[in-house]
Structure formats: structure tokens, C-alpha cells
Design a protein around this ligand. Structure first.
Ligand code: G
Ligand code: G
Ligand code: MN
Ligand code: NA
Length: 254
């Protein structure tokens, strides 16, 4: 429909933007990296990222959208390095359809090196659906290939679906992102506390690190720190920042 055509045009005309949300280490609050998030303004209105992604998935645009977000991200990393700022590890969300594309791993690795970045600076975030998809051997091939090249894999929104920690062993997952629905009540709700503690300790014993999403308050931060979470992402640290506006954050970081 009309929305899909507008998105197609926006991608073709270079109107897709990227926002970067900082992530910090819990232990010392030092900068650790960013998550790159798609942004698109249509008729002066920001279209929610989830809607952009779902429009792209319903059509044939998800690979082109992913390409636009990746270029924007790699360019933003280059701009930071020119200002002597180390971006840290930068996470990019990747949809299942992108991972099924047999050229995806090569295209990503080529783009990363063409920009002068290292594969080890990139994390790809996949959702539980990707991990649970047994039907696609191509996904496994792509994930293993990226991992062998040094790209790390993060499992996004952990706890909201059906993936269990045993599923994680199917693929080389390095990071688990605890969904913000668990972070919300941490410190107050015994169930949430138990889940976050259990996920963190199991993740650590599997050699994975834990990112807590949606950290909004100092009290949540303190609880998550005590529970052993490794990285914090959320409004308490910083909101997602459009790449063109990121200099102010970088100045504060030094
Ligand atoms: O930025 P925001 O919180 O509105 O993002 C909403 C959802 O959209 C999140 O779950 C996020 O993972 C997803 N998302 C954001 N940017 C991208 C992207 O570039 N590609 C994909 N596949 N998903 C994204
Ligand atoms: O699903 P995913 O985690 O990839 O998407 C991250 C999205 O969550 C971002 O688009 C961002 O706008 C949103 N977000 C980031 N930090 C917070 C937060 O502290 N609170 C809330 N409510 N949303 C957040
Ligand atoms: Mn994500
Ligand atoms: Na998430």
C-alpha cells in the first residue's frame, strides 16, 4: 500500500536515519558501545521503528532497509573515529530474512572493512524467533560465518518469547539482552529479581554477557549491578541519539 511505497522511496532517496543508543558498563559506568536503531520521518512525523521494520518485512524491503541502517551506522562510526572517539562495540538489529540471504555475511563483512572498521567492533542483534527457527539452515550458516569472522551475536528481547537458555547453545551467542519488561520491576518484584538473577548467572556460566535494556532509574541500575548484569542500556544512561546529534554525548564521555 501507500506506506510501503513511501518507505521504498525513502530508502532509495537516502532518507533513512540511524539513532545510536549508548550502552555503559555497569561496574564503572564507562562507555561500552551503542545499539543502532532505524529512524524515519514521514510528513514530519517519526514512524515508530517497530512499524518501519514490520512494513519492510511485509514487503521486499527488509534487506534494503538493513543495508541503509548498516551504512548509516558504519558512517557514524567513521565520524566518531575522526573525532578520536572510540565507538566501542556497535550493535545492529538484523531480521531473519536478512540472515536467510546467503550473501548477507559477505556483504556485511565487506561493508565493515570497506569503512576501515574491524568485524570485532560489530554485534548483530537477533530476536528469539531467529534462534527458534529450525527450518532455516541458512540462518545457522550465516551466524557461524559472522562469528568466525569476529562479529558477536546478541539475543535481543530475551525472556519475552519461547527461547530458553538451551536454545542459545545452538548458535554462538555472546550477549543476552534482558527485555525491559523484566527490568521495569527489578528491585520491587521478587519474581523479576529471581528471573534476572537466574538468567544472568546461567548466561555467565555459558560464557555470555548480559545487557539490561530499558534501565530508567538509579534504583533499577543498583539492583541490576548487584545482580551481576554487565551492560546497561536505557534512558538513565541516554536516549537513542540521531547520528547527526551525537557530538554532545561524545564530549560528555571524555
Ligand atoms: O527504536 P525503537 O525502540 O522504537 O525500536 C523498536 C523495535 O524495532 C526494537 O525492537 C528494535 O529492535 C527494532 N529495530 C530498531 N531498528 C531496527 C533495525 O534497523 N532493524 C531491525 N530489524 N529492527 C530494528
Ligand atoms: O527492541 P529493542 O531493544 O531493540 O529496541 C530498543 C528500543 O527501546 C529503542 O528504540 C528505544 O527507543 C527503546 N528504549 C530504549 N531505552 C529505553 C528505556 O529506558 N525505556 C523505554 N521505555 N524504552 C527504551
Ligand atoms: Mn535491539
Ligand atoms: Na529489546
Amino acid at each position: 500500500e501507500a506506506m510501503i511505497e513511501a518507505l521504498r522511496r525513502a530508502i532509495a532517496q537516502g532518507e533513512i536515519q540511524v539513532a545510536m543508543q549508548p550502552q555503559t558498563r555497569f561496574v564503572d559506568r564507562g562507555h561500552a558501545g551503542f545499539e543502532a536503531l532505524v529512524r524515519w520521518q514521514k510528513d514530519n512525523q517519526w514512524v515508530p521503528a517497530a512499524d518501519i521494520v514490520s512494513l519492510a518485512e511485509q514487503s521486499d524491503l527488509i534487506c534494503a532497509l538493513g543495508h541503509a541502517v548498516l551504512s548509516g551506522t558504519l558512517n557514524a562510526m567513521s565520524a566518531m573515529k575522526r573525532k578520536d572517539f572510540a565507538p566501542g562495540k556497535v550493535a545492529v538489529n538484523v531480521a531473519a530474512a536478512q540472515l536467510r540471504n546467503p550473501n548477507f555475511a559477505k556483504e556485511l563483512l565487506d561493508a565493515v572493512s570497506a569503512h576501515g572498521h574491524r568485524a570485532s567492533e560489530i554485534i548483530i542483534e537477533v530476536t528469539e524467533g531467529v534462534i527458534l527457527d529450525r527450518t532455516s539452515e541458512a540462518i545457522g550458516v550465516t551466524l557461524n560465518r559472522l562469528f568466525e569472522a569476529g562479529v558477536k551475536i546478541a539475543l535481543d528481547d530475551f525472556g519475552t518469547g519461547y527461547a530458553s537458555l538451551t536454545h542459545l547453545q545452538r548458535y554462538p551467542v555472546s550477549y543476552i539482552k534482558i527485555d525491559r519488561s523484566f527490568v521495569k520491576d527489578v528491585g520491587h518484584n521478587r519474581g523479576c529479581n529471581a528471573i534476572v538473577r537466574a538468567v544472568t548467572s546461567l548466561a555467565h556460566s555459558l560464557g555470555m554477557e548480559v545487557v539490561a535494556e530499558g534501565v530508567e532509574t538509579p534504583s533499577q541500575y543498583q539492583s541490576l549491578l548487584e545482580m551481576g548484569c554487565d551492560y546497561a542500556q536505557g534512558y538513565l544512561v541516554a536516549k537513542p541519539i540521531l547520528t547527526e546529534e551525537i557530538d554532545a554525548y561524545l564530549l560528555n564521555c571524555k
